[in-house]
Write a protein that binds this ligand. Structure first.
Ligand SMILES: [Zn+2]
Ligand SMILES: [Zn+2]
Ligand SMILES: [Zn+2]
Length: 372
């Protein structure tokens, strides 16, 4: 999904005001100072009504966050002993939060950019007869998993235990990075652990694979920086060819346990565009191919659509305007029915102006949430 600004009209208005044009690129937005939430490791207490819900996820000040209540009252001893007994961490705009919003819009939660899974908790200890603080590996809210149909949590119910067991926040943040303006870079550890000659090894290896992704077969000769060399066994010093894979940034982040593999919306849009041009998206022969290729925030919705018996959509569809210019890059589209799922309201308007019906990802997920 690409944001589409009616730039020409804007410049027209600017000229009328007698102002001059200045170069603008999205990079300047991304390199803007990080919002306070991204710099506060312990998080910020916020009223629920100030939390945004792009794509059915949770966002504060433009950054992806999770929400939880650190105060465990007299339960804190039990929670410090067994974090499974603690309050759940919300990762999405689930039914629990919706009910809370309706009952008490000003209920405060702690919003935090947490990729570690360790959460600050406190309460009254009966054992010690006073206030205690500690950290606990709190578990993620089941209703949030359901809301996103995360990895098929609803539509592939047999796998629920496995999906829950394998859940981790690093992967979750990485999978959803395309929906947010700010990546959680301030908490990213210095990338290290590679051998000294890693750059040469990587360059040589990727060249030997003709700068083509081993997974989706995308040819990235024209955009070599989006092709990574991946260590299959996770050991960054094991540079034997048998332990390396050439992967595009999207296939790379979909590898299990891929710490901090964030991808910008712009790069994902480019990858989908190239996949389209190279016939990779068109060749998707069944639903499982689509699940592999779609931008992960749309994965759960796509699985709902499959379960509902809908026809297979096109992924990464480019919608052209009357002059043949690309007006919107739509992540999920049914061109014959002129129906699209888009990332935000701006794209929704652009698509609707061409006679299409469009829902945002957020609306579509909410529709499934409230259907039951
Ligand atoms: Zn929840
Ligand atoms: Zn790939
Ligand atoms: Zn890797």
């Amino acid at each position: 999904m690409k944001l589409h600004f009616p730039v020409e009209a804007l410049w027209g208005a600017v000229r009328k005001m007698g102002a001059s044009e200045r170069d603008f690129s999205l990079d300047s937005v991304i390199q803007a100072p990080l919002p306070p939430i991204s710099q506060k490791e312990e998080g910020i207490e916020v009223p629920l009504i100030e939390v945004d819900t792009p794509g059915g996820l949770l966002s504060y000040q433009g950054a992806q966050v999770v929400l939880y209540i650190p105060d465990h009252g007299k339960n804190v001893d039990a929670v410090l002993g067994d974090p499974g007994k603690g309050r759940r961490v919300h990762i999405a705009d689930c039914i629990t939060l919706e009910e809370m919003r309706q009952k008490n819009r000003f209920q405060r939660y702690r919003a935090v950019v947490n990729v570690t899974g360790d959460f600050d908790v406190f309460g009254f200890s009966r054992m010690r007869g006073g206030h205690v603080e500690g950290t606990a590996r709190l578990q993620v809210c089941i209703n949030c998993m359901k809301h996103l149909n995360y990895k098929g949590y609803v539509t592939d119910a047999r796998r629920q235990n496995e999906i829950r067991r394998n859940f981790n926040l690093k992967d979750f943040f990485a999978e959803h990075s395309t929906l947010f303006r700010y990546l959680p870079t301030s908490f990213i550890e210095k990338k290290g652990g590679y051998s000294d000659d890693w750059k040469q090894v990587s360059d040589k290896f990727r060249a030997s694979r003709h700068f083509t992704c081993d997974s989706c077969r995308l040819d990235l000769n024209a955009h070599k920086h989006l092709l990574h060399a991946h260590h299959v066994d996770g050991n960054k010093r094991n540079n034997q060819v048998a332990n390396l894979m050439a992967l595009c940034a999207d296939c790379h982040r979909k590898q299990p346990l891929h710490d901090y593999m964030f991808i910008k919306a712009r790069d994902m849009t480019l990858l989908q565009k190239l996949r389209k041009e190279q016939g990779i998206l068109g060749a998707a022969a069944d639903w499982s191919d689509l699940f592999e290729l779609v931008d992960p925030p749309y994965n759960g919705l796509l699985r709902f659509y499959q379960k509902d018996g809908m026809a297979r959509p096109e992924i990464g569809y480019e919608l052209a305007g009357s002059r043949g210019d690309v007006v919107a890059e739509i992540e999920i589209a049914w061109p014959d029915a002129k129906f699209a799922v888009v990332g935000d309201e701006g794209a929704q308007k652009n698509v609707a102006a061409l006679g299409w019906k469009a829902v945002t990802l957020e609306e579509a997920l909410r529709g499934y949430r409230d259907r039951k």
